[in-house]
Design a protein around this ligand. Sequence first.
Ligand SMILES: [Zn+2]
Length: 105
Amino acid sequence: MNSSQIDTSAYDAVMKKTKRRRFYFFTTVLMYVPVLYITYQINPSNRVMGTVFALWVVLLVIVTFLAALSKCPRCGNYFHLHGMTLLILRTCLHCQLHINADKKP
Ligand SMILES: [Zn+2]
């Protein structure tokens, strides 16, 4: 195994981690309506709805931090964070690396 193979596997590992964290973030955002709807069907009291909402907010804060702190495999900076600006885009905010750049033939 030469050094370029080691670099490629490290690159892939970072890219995979960044993609997984993006997936967690978008899944959490999309879960909001179905989760509250199901909760409303089961028990529409303010107490239960409030508890489920608070749990969702806690989960959202966690996945947002994970997504914000995910690294770019090419430039090593935060993929979605530039200074105080958090933008969950499909390209790196520093080097414009596309999230699916590794899928190119
Ligand atoms: Zn980058």
